[in-house]
Design a binder for this molecule. Structure first.
Ligand SMILES: Cc1cc2nc3c(=O)[nH]c(=O)nc-3n(C[C@H](O)[C@H](O)[C@H](O)COP(=O)(O)OP(=O)(O)OC[C@H]3O[C@@H](n4cnc5c(N)ncnc54)[C@H](O)[C@@H]3O)c2cc1C
Length: 316
């Protein structure tokens, strides 16, 4: 098994309230911070060594057509592939999802996220990630994640409804907030940004829409499985990918690729993720735009071990 030598283990989270008070919570298990480029390369190296895998690098899929007896996929180089089944793991702009749900986005369950890498940010603990709640971003936040090479991943997310209502560009919001928020300004006074500010849409979980149909299944962002509170979706993408593979095996064994057969996949995925998604959606709705609630939760957690325990259990 290949190892991720560039991984930075983290075991605690600092939550910084809008009034600048902060609280540290320990994880039950340690987590990992790693540059996306390294993580994807690690996964890709594992996959390409498996037997019966054909990789078409730098190939864009332009068209997916599900027919009664097969699926046809057309690439930008003119190549056409025929198969029994298609598994759409093609992210937030998924072409495969469009076959099920059309091209619109569900604004109530959609957010935007951006991220950049910095060096020389002050007061960063190597084993601690930070969520910084700021009025304009609520119920989302700005994050600071330490990487193994002493760089930090800094980013923020915001609900799409708020973005369009306030006509905000997230790419501008990141430097603006760093410049405007006093404690960020101080911490970033010597910081150097080492990358472009990159981002994309985050299709959030919360509405249990079908994630399969005749001869097709959706995984990860294509299936809108991103956690509605934290904005994380890598774990859900991996879980749903595994379930889709198991389910595809069943379909081949039974030679049944019908929409009804595929529904077993929806049940497996939602059964696994539903409880946590519901809890996190509830917390998100509770937070809403209530600055005082985060301030009060952090203040109470600081003064009471019991409340600290509840806070920890509520989030994880
Ligand atoms: C700024 C930001 C920060 C984030 N931070 C975190 C985090 O810290 N932790 C976490 O868990 N999640 C995080 N997320 C969410 C996470 O990135 C996604 O949930 C996760 O990547 C979903 O994986 P996926 O495989 O479904 O989609 P993706 O990772 O988007 O992969 C989709 C793939 O499909 C390819 N593709 C798309 N269309 C086509 C096409 N037509 N033809 C060929 N290929 C195509 C794309 O090139 C891409 O390789 C973050 C998201 C953003 C925007």
């Amino acid at each position: 098994m290949k190892s991720l030598s560039v991984n930075n283990p983290v075991n605690s989270i600092r939550i910084i309230a809008p009034d600048s008070r902060s609280i540290d919570l320990q994880f039950k298990e340690s987590g990992s911070v790693i540059k996306r480029r390294h993580f994807d390369a690690f996964l890709f190296d594992l996959v390409k060594e498996l037997p019966n895998i054909h990789v078409f690098k730098d190939t864009q899929i332009n068209k997916v057509e599900v027919r009664q007896r097969s699926v046809k996929v057309q690439a930008d180089d003119g190549r056409e592939l025929q198969s029994q089944i298609v598994v759409g793991c093609d992210g937030s702009q998924s072409r495969v999802r469009r076959l099920l749900h059309g091209s619109g986005i569900d604004r109530e369950f959609h957010a935007g996220g951006v991220r950049a890498y910095f060096k020389q940010v002050k007061d960063v603990e190597q084993n601690r990630i930070e969520f910084i709640f700021i009025k304009d971003l609520l119920p989302f936040y700005l994050w600071i994640f330490p990487l193994h090479d002493r760089l930090v991943n800094v980013g923020l997310g915001m609900l799409s409804e708020q973005l369009s209502e306030k006509r905000i560009s997230l790419r501008n919001a990141l430097p603006d907030l760093i410049e405007r928020e006093p404690h960020l300004k101080e911490r970033f006074s010597n910081a150097v940004r080492l990358s472009e500010i990159e981002g994309c849409g985050l299709p959030l979980a919360g509405r249990e829409k079908p994630i399969s149909g005749h001869r097709l299944m959706l995984c990860g962002d294509a299936a809108s499985l991103i956690d509605p509170l934290s904005g994380e979706g890598i774990g859900q993408a991996m879980i749903s990918g595994r379930y889709a593979a198991w389910h595809a095996i069943k379909c081949f064994e039974k030679r049944d690729f019908s929409a009804q057969m595929m529904r077993g996949y929806d049940r497996m995925v939602y059964e696994k993720l539903k409880r946590e998604q519901k809890k996190h959606l509830l917390i998100r709705k509770l937070i809403g735009k209530r600055l005082w609630l985060i301030n009060a939760a952090v203040r109470s957690g600081l003064s009471s071990q019991t409340l600290l325990g509840i806070l920890r259990k509520t989030v994880w």
